[in-house]
Design a protein around this ligand. Structure first.
Ligand code: NCD
Length: 316
């Protein structure tokens, strides 16, 4: 079948760690998205596929998660495999076990591990000590590769192409890891980027520099102006990452910098898509949910198909 052929095609995913988006080529991404399309059809037609029967995935989250953990779990089950969710609050992590020993342990019981950890260096530990593939489900404020995959997939599904688009990132560009991973992936496409954030929450210099080098940085602003909105094809909103701030006062000072509502959308195109990795707080008003341009709920559905595709590529 075409799906079996695609899964057999050479790619950087095969039996490999997925730690940073910088590991992957444009061809890798397109293979992933093609497979995600097939997964969508497969789930719609059959509910559960047979692709990872007999395989086991461990999910190891040292930080809260709803979508990433549940969608990986669901993805594994819809591929015919099984999941072992590890609760760090009741595991030997509480007895002081190191990450490397925890990974070594879970590698004995599983074929791959999804890891979310507050320390960005956790990916180095994974690379060094874990004999089975580790999929990065978020390392500190650094990266969140699988979120960026599903974000790209969402844009392609919603708008048909990446080419020629203007993408506006709004909010916490400093600590928001989905933004960092997505910006790194944008180098594969002909897009323009607008950055809207408070001064204190600007994109980290290294990430910003990539946009500059690629000639993709269209503008930077502290205000989300009608002009910026009028040029926007994708409005990518973010939660201000309270848990990453050095102090509560610094968080309080910027937490309500932006709020997308009906009056904001007035200035956007009828075709603009509003995205958000979720969870949201106050930055997107509930009234926006009822506008067709709100894509964030569809975005989390696409996440299932992208994670199925990823697991199938890495584990089969
Ligand atoms: C994001 C994260 O964990 O980085 N959540 C997610 O996985 N969709 C974004 C966030 O927490 O704000």
């Amino acid at each position: 079948s075409p799906l079996q052929e695609m899964l057999a095609a050479p790619s950087s995913f095969k039996k490999s760690h997925v730690l940073s988006v910088t590991q992957f080529t444009r061809a890798d991404l397109h293979l992933l998205f093609q497979i995600a399309q097939e997964m969508r059809l497969g789930v719609q037609r059959e509910g559960v596929l047979d692709i990872l029967r007999g395989k086991v995935l461990c999910t190891l989250f040292y930080e809260p998660s709803t979508r990433t953990s549940a969608s990986f779990d669901a993805a594994m089950q819809r591929l015919g495999g099984r999941t072992i969710p590890i609760q760090t609050s009741t595991s030997s992590v509480q007895k002081g076990e190191t990450l490397q020993d925890t990974l070594r342990t879970l590698a004995c019981y599983s074929d791959a591990i999804v890891l979310r950890h507050p320390d960005e260096k956790c990916v180095d530990v994974a690379k060094k000590y874990c004999p089975v593939p580790v999929i990065n489900g978020g390392n500190g404020s650094k990266e969140h590769p699988t979120q960026a995959f599903l974000d790209l997939f969402t844009i392609r599904e919603e708008l048909g192409t990446m080419q020629g688009l203007t993408i506006t990132f709004v909010g916490d560009l400093l600590y928001g890891r989905p933004v960092h991973s997505l910006v790194y992936l944008l180098r594969h496409y002909q897009v323009k980027v607008q950055l809207v954030s408070p001064k204190a929450l600007r994109l980290p210099p290294a990430v910003r520099q990539q946009l500059v080098d690629a000639g993709q940085l269209l503008c930077e602003s502290e205000a989300l102006t009608p002009e910026i909105l009028g040029r926007t094809d994708v409005l990518y909103c973010t939660r201000v990452q309270k848990e990453r701030f050095p102090s509560l006062a610094e968080f309080e000072a910027v937490k309500d910098s932006y709020r997308i509502d009906y009056s904001t959308l007035k200035y956007a195109k009828p075709t603009t898509v509003v995205m958000h990795p979720l969870p949201r707080n106050e930055e997107v008003a509930e009234e926006v949910d009822f506008d067709q341009r709100a894509a964030y709920f569809r975005q989390m559905c696409y996440g299932l198909y992208c994670r199925m595709a990823l697991l199938a590529l890495v584990m089969s």
